[in-house]
Design a protein around this ligand. Structure first.
Ligand code: GLY
Length: 584
């Protein structure tokens, strides 16, 4: 069965079973908390939560679709037998309509009768502290004659949420064998029973709350490339009709490299057709990364730039009649890829020459090549023939990012800052918060990042565990007390050594000049003394609540701030917590 047949048969099967067929949405989702559409359910999120009415919009409580999707978290795995970045997802969905029995039976019938495949085994949810074991699905599979039923946990058979929150629930997965006899997961059937008020990471860390959804839902996802691999009896996704014509356009080279070039250019074509342009941010950054990886491999093997045109042609022919935007945007797609190639080509050439001269690539030189010439790190790692210490490279990168983040935010150096009133108030509250954290947990708590906009402040700080509700309340009370006391905020320019001596907080990763400005938050009498240029002795210091190296701007007095409230406390990275807070 070719892939066009698989798509067609899938939609026909579900249409016959009273599903409304809905077209694929864009690769760029409306949900701002995710970069790309990664699953078919994403365009249906409001129907699960009750924010939209499926009956009204689709004339049915069930829908089916073939969804363009993009997942780049495993980008370095691309080139093996099963990983790609762009893929199509076949899915059927129910919003308060049918439930487990129908969902499992449909999947079984489609796989076994329509496509004629043998199911190797299935998985069901083994249960957790909060969600019971899925006995019901187990019984349904048994009644259909499936005997190999494996129980798995939260990491593997519990879906969602996508983004910052959303529907989620236990899943059951179907595995079939490919031509090598290797079991491949092809279909994931999700039982959306809960609304999760946090991200998937928070859910797995036990930091998010599950609330039963009013109407239970079904959400399924079956990757077309993997289904094609099993149905077309190939050993890998690249030998299916979804990839082979593209791969044929990539000149002879190492197989993995050819697959990477084919995958990355195919993804780039779809992204550009959906409106993404290469940039250094968000979706544009991912597109740039895909293109640069493909181009670097191409350059290293002296591929001619005409192969881009051939790959675009091959991609268009595979999807002819399925995604008309590709044909419509063909010229635009070609010009974006060639333009990026032209811009990147020159620097890359220099970078590769530099690289040739180097006897050894260590983390520092890798960072130099990456930073100056844009040579992707993962490729450098491969070229060097030995391990570049990834951690050391990442530390270099982080150092650089911290510096540019602070510079571009401008919050702590003055100059570039967003000086509107709300941001300024939050900036002062940010100082109070850091001091409150140190008062409660000790001076070893250090700021590790920050971001302020008109709505909220965000602080990352070194601390190794979740804060308790009492601790959060205590911190809020402390900050609000300082607001009520009406403390003055006063600036003093001073030599760096002196500021260090009095223990003023420095921003992590920032290099300071010899003369720095320090903001003090302190009661009125002492504030006047600081303003008047008096030496800052112990008697003043005892009264100071906060002191930070900072360029401002700030409010004059904390009484201008309003009521301080923590809205979120979460893990940011290993040993670093993140607080988001607002002023009401
Ligand atoms: N939403 C189900 C899946 O993507 O596997």
């Amino acid at each position: 069965m070719n892939s066009a047949d698989l798509r067609k048969k899938f939609l026909e099967f579900f249409k016959k079973n009273e599903h409304t067929v809905v077209p694929s949405s864009s690769l760029l989702p409306t949900d701002p908390s995710v970069l790309f559409t990664t699953a078919g359910m994403q365009q249906f999120k409001p129907y699960y939560t009750g924010d939209a009415d499926a009956m009204k919009d689709f004339g049915s409580l069930s829908t089916a679709s073939v969804q363009k999707s993009m997942r780049t978290s495993d980008i370095e795995e691309v080139g093996d037998d099963t990983h790609d970045t762009f893929f199509e997802m076949l899915g059927n969905f129910s919003f308060g309509g049918y439930w487990k029995k129908e969902a499992i039976t449909y999947a079984f019938e489609f796989i076994a009768s329509v496509v004629g495949l043998e199911i190797s085994y299935v998985t069901v949810f083994e249960g957790s502290d909060v969600v019971p074991k899925d006995e019901e699905s187990k019984e349904i599979w048994k009644s259909l004659g499936v005997t190999d039923i494996r129980e798995e946990g939260m990491e593997d058979v519990f879906w969602g949420p996508t983004g910052n929150n959303g529907p989620c629930g236990p899943t059951t997965e179907i595995y079939c064998k490919n031509a090598n006899g290797i079991d491949v997961e092809i279909w994931n059937i999700v039982f959306n029973e809960f609304f999760c008020d946090g991200s998937r990471e928070q859910l797995l860390a036990g930091e998010a709350k599950l609330t039963p959804l009013e109407k239970k839902g079904i959400d399924t996802g079956m990757g077309l490339e993997r289904l094609a691999m099993v149905a077309q009896k190939t050993t890998n996704i690249f030998d299916t009709d979804l990839f082979l014509p593209i791969l044929d356009q990539v000149p002879d080279a190492d197989l993995r490299l050819r697959r990477i070039v084919a995958d990355h250019l195919r993804s780039a074509i779809f992204l550009i057709a959906d409106g993404v342009l290469p940039s250094n941010k968000d979706q544009g950054y991912i597109l740039r990364r895909l293109l640069r990886r493909a181009m670097t491999y191409g350059r290293m093997h002296h591929f001619k730039k005409e192969i881009v045109d051939n790959i675009v042609e091959a991609t268009l022919s595979i999807y002819e009649g399925t995604y008309k935007e590709l044909e419509e945007k063909k010229e635009h797609v070609l010009s974006v890829i060639h333009e990026e190639g032209r811009k990147f080509g020159e620097t890359l050439e220099k970078g590769l020459k530099e690289l040739e001269k180097m006897e050894n690539i260590d983390a520092k030189s890798a960072f130099f090549l990456y930073q100056t010439f844009g040579v992707p790190f993962d490729i450098l790692k491969e070229l060097s023939g030995k391990e570049i210490n990834q951690k050391a490279f990442e530390d270099e990168l982080k150092k650089h990012q911290e510096l540019s983040k602070t510079a571009s935010a401008g919050m702590f150096k003055g100059g570039l800052a967003d000086h509107d009133e709300k941001t300024i108030r939050l900036h002062t509250a940010h100082h109070l918060l850091l001091s409150a954290l140190q008062e409660l947990f000790g001076k070893e708590v250090k700021q590790r990042g920050s971001n302020i906009n008109q709505e909220r402040l965000r602080i990352d700080f070194s601390f190794s565990r979740k804060l308790t509700d009492q601790e959060k309340k205590h911190i809020e009370d402390m900050v609000n007390e300082k607001i009520q006391q009406g403390l003055d905020v006063v600036k003093r320019e001073m030599p760096k050594e002196e500021a260090e001596k009095i223990g003023a907080e420095m921003e992590f990763g920032v290099k300071y000049n010899n003369i720095v400005s320090v903001y003090f938050i302190v009661p009125m009498p002492e504030a006047s003394r600081i303003r008047d240029g008096e030496a800052i002795g112990k008697d003043i210091m005892d009264k100071v609540f906060s002191k930070e190296f900072c360029g401002g701007p700030h409010v004059k007095n904390t009484s201008e701030l309003g009521h301080f409230k923590i809205v979120k406390e979460e893990a940011s990275s290993q040993g670093v917590r993140r607080i988001k807070a607002i002023l009401e």
